[in-house]
Structures are given as C-alpha cells and as structure tokens.
Write a protein that binds this ligand. Structure first.
Ligand code: MG
Ligand code: MG
Length: 250
C-alpha cells in the first residue's frame, strides 16, 4: 500500500529532510584526505543527534553506523571503519537518514576528494544528472516507470551501467515504503504518482559493468569488475505543482 501524506505529515517530513540534507552538507565540509570513514560517520552522527533527531540507519537491520559510506568501487552500504582511510582521488558516497517527529528523510551524495579521474567525474555528473532529470519529471499522473526509464536512458546512453539489485522507494514513518522506484524500466508502466506521495529516487550507476556482489560482512555492495560507482539520492514530495525536494542541501 502506498501511504499518502497529509499536509501535517509533510511539514514533519520537511524537518526530517532538512536535517538529512544538512548532515550531508556537514559531511561535505568535513571530508578530506587522511580521515577515516569512521571519523566521517561521527560527523554525521553528531549533526543529526545534536538536532534532536535519530540517525535512521543506526541499528536498521543491524547496521552498525549512522551513515553508509561507500568508497570508489563500493556502490552502497559501506560500513564506516577506523581502518579505512580516505585518499586523494577517491570518490566517497555518503548515504544518510534522519528520523524526527515520526518521519524519516533519506539522501545520498557522492563526494570527490581532491583531483579525480575525468572519467569518474563523468560518472558523477551523469548520476546526479539522471536524478535531477527524474525529479524534474515527477508530478501527479506520471508513472514510476516513466522516471525509471528516464534514468536508465540518460545514464546508459552515456555509456554507464545501471545497478539492478537495489532501487529507490517510498519514504514516511518507515524508511522504506511502497512503491519501489527502480532505476531501469519501461515508460508507461508502474504506479502513478499522486499528490502527497513521498519517494526517494536514488540512481546507483557504474563506470563499467553494472554487476555487483555483497561482501561477507553481509552489507558492503561492490562492483564485480572493481570499477567506480556513484550514488545520488533525494527524498521528494509530490505536490500538485510538481516535486519538492525535502532533502535539499542549503
Ligand atoms: Mg539512502
Ligand atoms: Mg534510500
């Protein structure tokens, strides 16, 4: 069942989204070569908890940290570690959620550290571009498949791979709700967007082959070919006038 949010719910979701977006801004200010992913996780935890919210991911399904931090060929669900040092030339995907007043926000951004390979820059631009394209299309009456097909076409036509195993989702009082929002599919298919729906769109795009594997820790998702992957995500609310980004980074 797809939950439709009241205007009261949406006000609370704005707050959850604001804190989520703010946590990514804080992560972006703090990130630098030589720090560990565990230290970056602490920045996110401090930002969220000091605003009276709870990190959505901490303890979710047993996840041991406040942010998923995924470096280079890690696509998603990287576990922050005091042994993992961030280096110049890395890309670092930070995925965060904040829970407050009964609702979650969910957002991800892939940061670059120092100078990166131009091919990897192209991957970041295409992944973020596909997200912003889908957001610009989202309004009542449009189908989920229209967004999915647009993301797939935008990224594959530029030579990148679309991860199939993980998808976007509805967001609300649960971190993951219906409907699923795949990054691949057919236009004209799937549920229609309605005013009051809140969804997270989150393209996970690879420089090479889209095949992925899960490490023995049960969380870390890496590309099989070892090439870089990017992940950008926003939680958006569908309104009569189009989409409002709840997790804007200002
Ligand atoms: Mg997320
Ligand atoms: Mg998500």
């Amino acid at each position: 069942m797809i939950n439709i949010k009241s205007s009261k719910d949406l006000l609370k979701m704005r707050k959850a989204g604001e804190i989520t977006g703010g946590a990514l801004v804080a992560a972006g200010k703090a990130i630098h070569a030589g720090m560990t992913t565990k230290e970056l996780d602490k920045v996110v935890n401090h930002y969220i908890t000091s605003r009276g919210a709870k990190p959505s991911f901490l303890g979710y399904g047993g996840f041991p940290a406040s942010a998923c931090i995924s470096v280079n060929d890690t696509v998603i669900h990287g576990i922050p570690s005091s042994k993992e040092v961030i280096h110049n030339g890395d890309i670092v995907s930070v995925d965060v959620g904040a829970y407050i007043d009964g609702f979650h926000g969910d957002s991800a951004y892939t940061f670059k550290v120092g100078e990166i390979d131009p091919a990897v820059q192209g991957l970041l631009d295409a992944t973020e571009g596909s997200l912003m394209l889908a957001i610009s299309m989202a309004k009542p009456g449009v189908r989920i498949g229209d967004l999915s097909a647009a993301i797939q076409e935008y990224t594959e036509s530029r030579g990148y791979g679309v991860v199939r195993e993980y998808v976007g989702h509805g967001v609300g009082s649960n971190l993951h709700e219906e409907p699923e929002v795949p990054n691949f599919g057919k236009a004209g298919h799937g549920p229609r967007l309605m005013s009051g729906m809140v969804i997270a769109i989150e393209p996970m795009i690879t420089l090479g082959n889209p095949g992925v594997k899960v490490l023995s820790d049960g969380w870390t998702v890496k590309t099989r070919d070892g090439k870089a992957a990017a992940h950008f995500e926003h939680t958006i609310a569908i309104t009569p006038d189009g989409a409002v980004i709840l997790t804007a980074r200002e």
